[in-house]
Write a protein that binds this ligand. Structure first.
Ligand code: ADP
Length: 456
C-alpha cells in the first residue's frame, strides 16, 4: 500500500516540476512576443552610439576594448580583418551576406530575428547570430560592428541570486509540505487505528482528535457513531439475555409442574393448582412472543406504516367493553368520557397502546380502586388519558418504565404477570405517530398516562 504521506510528497514534487516548466514556457513566450523586439532596439541604440563615437577616437582598438569591458561582447569585421572584444561568443555563426549588408550600411537586427526555440530563451543564447550589427567608419575605412550584452558579466550575480532564491523556495516549500502533510495525516492514521480497534476489540475506543476542520468533524462524527453503536450493542446484548431469561423461567416452571402432575397420588386441589400455573406460564410466553413480534415489526415499520382514518372513539369503547368483566372481577370501577373523534393512524398499533395502558391500570390497581379513561379533541391534537388509583410509581421508576424489560419492584406490584415490554412498545408506537406520552404518578395513590397524538 502506498502511504498517503509519500503520495503527498510525490504530488508536490510533480506539481513543482510541472509549474516550473509551465513558468519557463510562459517566460519564453513572453520574451519572444514582447521583450525580444525591445531588447533588439535597445541594443541597436547602444551599438549606434558606440559606432558614432568611434569616429573621433585616436585608437579604435583601445576604445572598443574599454567599451567591451563595460559589459559587451563585440565583433569588428572588415574584409579579411576580424577582431573580437570582451567575452567570447559560444558560436560565431554569421553568414558573409549579413556582414556584407552591414558593411553596405544596412543595420543587422539579429536579436529580433533570432529563431523561436521553445526551450531556450533567446535572451541567453550566446551566439554571434543573436546580436545587432551597425556600420562603423574609422579612419576613412568601413567596418561592421556586431554587439550583444555580455550576459555572464552583467547578470552573473542576478543569476546566482535567483538560483539561490529558487533553491531556498524549493527546499522550504518541500519542508513545509512534509510538516503540513504529517500534521494532516496523523489524525487520519489515528482514525484508521481506531476503526481497526473497533473491528478487533469492540466499541470501547478513545480517539484524541481535537480539530475544527473537516477532519475534526469526521472524528467527531466517528466518536458519536461509535458511542451510538456501543449503546445499541449493549442494548442488544441485554435484550437477548432478558429474552432468554424470560423464556427460560416459564419453561422451567412448566417442566417442573408437569412432572409433579405425573404423581398419581396428587390431590384434586393440587392438580388444579399445578395446571393453573402451567396455563399461566404458557400464557405469559404467548404474550412475550406476541410482544417480541410487535417490537420487530415496529422496527421494520419505522419508515413506512400504513395509516387510515378510523373511528377512534368506537375503538376505545369496544376495548372498554372487552375488559369490563376483568375490571368487575378485580373489584374495580370504571368511568369514561369519550369525545366523538376520527383519527388517521394505524388502528391495530393504536389498539395495542390502549390495551397496554388499560391492562396496566387494572394490573397495578388496588382492590376497590377506580379507573378513568378520557378521549378529548383539543385544537389539532387528541388527548387520551388513562388514570388509576393504584399502587403508583416512585419518581426514579417513572424514568425507567419505558425501557425494555423494566419492571418496578415485584414485591410491591405483587404480580408476576407481565414482561416489562408493554410500555416500551407503547412509546415506540406513539413516536411512530409523532405523538408523546406523559406520566404523572404518586406512590401509593395512582398513576395517569396521557397520550397526545397530533392530527397529521
Ligand atoms: P409489564 O408487562 O411489567 O406491565 P410494562 O412495560 O407495561 O410492563 O410496564 C413496566 C412497568 O411499569 C411495570 O412492571 C410496572 O412496574 C410499571 N407500571 C406500568 N403501568 C403502571 C401503572 N398504571 N401503575 C403503576 N405501575 C405501572
Amino acid at each position: 500500500m502506498k502511504s498517503l504521506y509519500s503520495k503527498f510528497i510525490l504530488t508536490t514534487l510533480v506539481i513543482m516540476l510541472v509549474s516550473s516548466i509551465i513558468g519557463f514556457l510562459f517566460a519564453n513566450a513572453y520574451y519572444q512576443n514582447n521583450l525580444k523586439r525591445e531588447n533588439d532596439a535597445k541594443n541597436m541604440e547602444i551599438a549606434t552610439n558606440i559606432a558614432e563615437f568611434a569616429e573621433n577616437q585616436t585608437n579604435l582598438d583601445e576604445y572598443l576594448s574599454h567599451t567591451a569591458a563595460t559589459g559587451y561582447q563585440l565583433f569588428l569585421v572588415r574584409k579579411e580583418e576580424q577582431r573580437f572584444y570582451g567575452g567570447a561568443f559560444k558560436e560565431t555563426n554569421l553568414s558573409q551576406q549579413v556582414i556584407d549588408d552591414v558593411l553596405d550600411g544596412e543595420p543587422y537586427h539579429g536579436m529580433k530575428a533570432f529563431p523561436k526555440k521553445t526551450f531556450v530563451t533567446g535572451f541567453f543564447a550566446n551566439e554571434l547570430k543573436n546580436s545587432v550589427g551597425v556600420p562603423l567608419t574609422y579612419d576613412g575605412k568601413q567596418y561592421a560592428l556586431f554587439l550583444r550584452p555580455d550576459i555572464k558579466l552583467l547578470f552573473n550575480e542576478i543569476h546566482l541570486l535567483l538560483g539561490w532564491m529558487v533553491l531556498v523556495i524549493f527546499i522550504l516549500s518541500l519542508l513545509a509540505e512534509l510538516v503540513w502533510s504529517a500534521m494532516l495525516i496523523r489524525p487520519i492514521r489515528k482514525l484508521s487505528h481506531a476503526t481497526n480497534k473497533v473491528r478487533e476489540e469492540g466499541f470501547d475506543v478513545h480517539l484524541a482528535i481535537h480539530r475544527k476542520d473537516e477532519i475534526g468533524q469526521l472524528a467527531q462524527n466517528f466518536k458519536e457513531m461509535i458511542a451510538r453503536l456501543g449503546k445499541l450493542d449493549k442494548l442488544r446484548k441485554s435484550f437477548v439475555s432478558n429474552v432468554s431469561h424470560d423464556i427460560q423461567t416459564p419453561l422451567l416452571n412448566i417442566q417442573g409442574y408437569s412432572r409433579l402432575l405425573e404423581n398419581d397420588a396428587l390431590s384434586e386441589e393440587d392438580r388444579k393448582t399445578y395446571l393453573r400455573v402451567i396455563q399461566e406460564e404458557a400464557e405469559r410466553m404467548s404474550i412475550l412472543s406476541k410482544q417480541l413480534l410487535t417490537l420487530s415489526s415496529l422496527e421494520s415499520k419505522k419508515e413506512d406504516y400504513s395509516r387510515q382514518t378510523f373511528d377512534l372513539s368506537a375503538q376505545l369503547k369496544s376495548l372498554l367493553h372487552r375488559y369490563y368483566w376483568l375490571i368487575d372481577e378485580k373489584d374495580l370501577s370504571l368511568t369514561y368520557s369519550v369525545d366523538e373523534v376520527t383519527y388517521k393512524g394505524n388502528p391495530e398499533l393504536l389498539y395495542t397502546v390502549w390495551e397496554n395502558l388499560l391492562t396496566n391500570a387494572i394490573k397495578y390497581n388496588k382492590p376497590g380502586g377506580s379507573i378513568e379513561v378520557a378521549l378529548d379533541q383539543v385544537d389539532d391534537a387528541i388527548n387520551i388519558t388513562v388514570s388509576d388509583t393504584g399502587i403508583g410509581l416512585a419518581p426514579n421508576e417513572i424514568d425507567q418504565i419505558f425501557d425494555r424489560f423494566y419492571r418496578a419492584d415485584l414485591a410491591r406490584t405483587k404480580t408476576n404477570q407481565g414482561t416489562g415490554l408493554g410500555l416500551s412498545i407503547v412509546k415506540e408506537i406513539i413516536e411512530l405517530h409523532h405523538g408523546e406520552i406523559v406520566v404523572e404518578s404518586q406512590l401509593g395513590k395512582g398513576t395517569t398516562f396521557t397520550v397526545i397524538l397530533p392530527h397529521l
